[in-house]
Design a protein around this ligand. Structure first.
Ligand code: SAH
Length: 221
């Protein structure tokens, strides 16, 4: 899976991608990230990427042209690169937007299964000129019912969740949590933990060694 990130703040991604599972997945060639900064393709002197909104109102709107230019470069250039197996490239463009469809694990699974390349367009300020979605056919996606200062965190959340659905990313963790009989309530050592004079134990069933009972408990916790 190749993630293409269009953002005027690409550095925001670096620390998160430089550690742990996403780092290993990049080192192993399971996932790849590329960054494209709209400022790098602006034609005006001051590298301006935003302008006043038509119809008035507060704030600024990201201009369509630099983003569309980058989108064109990404799709054309990447289409020509060969994949190391017989799979054909399949692109999806996502525009991060608080008004979009809400992201879910189901969406992450579909995206991981059906595409080889995902382009994320990260908005800033009051958002992105609507003609970007019109031209690129981007799907508008929100990561939740709250407003962020930019699309970068939202893109990272999506990349993280999609990446763990890609084959080989979770390494020796044979199957994904969602498919196992899994519980969100988990315990590890020590068996008895004290805090301010009170003892906190582990549910007996998890210590019982009875796997049938453990599976039953996990289904309900
Ligand atoms: N006034 C705008 C808010 C813009 S927030 C509006 O009501 O739509 C600035 C940018 O942050 C957006 O363009 C989008 O890319 C990103 N963003 C903010 N909240 C988000 C969310 N919940 N999910 C995805 N992207 C979000």
């Amino acid at each position: 899976m190749h993630f293409h990130i269009v953002s005027i703040f690409p550095r925001l991604f670096h620390s998160y991608l430089a550690d742990s599972i996403l780092k290993r997945a990049q080192d192993n060639g399971k996932i790849q990230f590329s960054f494209y900064d709209p400022r790098s393709v602006t034609t005006n002197k001051h590298k301006k990427v935003d302008d006043l909104p038509y119809g008035g109102g507060p704030g600024m709107v990201m201009m369509a042209e630099p983003i569309i230019k980058l989108w064109e470069t990404i799709t054309q250039k990447t289409f020509k690169e060969k994949l190391p197996f017989t799979k054909k490239r399949k692109f999806k463009t996502i525009l991060l937007s608080p008004g979009g469809e809400t992201f879910t694990t189901g969406m992450a699974k579909t995206l991981a299964r059906e595409y080889t390349d995902i382009i994320f367009i990260c908005g800033r300020y009051e958002g992105v000129d609507a003609r970007v979605a019109e031209v690129t056919g981007a799907e508008l996606v929100s990561i939740g019912d709250y407003v962020l200062t930019g699309g970068e965190l939202a893109a990272m959340v999506m990349c993280d969740s999609i990446a763990r659905q890609c084959e080989g990313v979770l390494g020796n963790q044979a199957s994904l949590e969602e498919e196992r009989i899994s519980s969100h309530e988990m315990y590890t050592r020590p068996e008895r933990f004290s805090y301010r004079g009170k003892e906190y134990g582990v549910p007996e069933v998890l210590l019982s060694g009875n796997h049938k009972k453990i599976d039953e408990w996990r289904k309900t916790h």
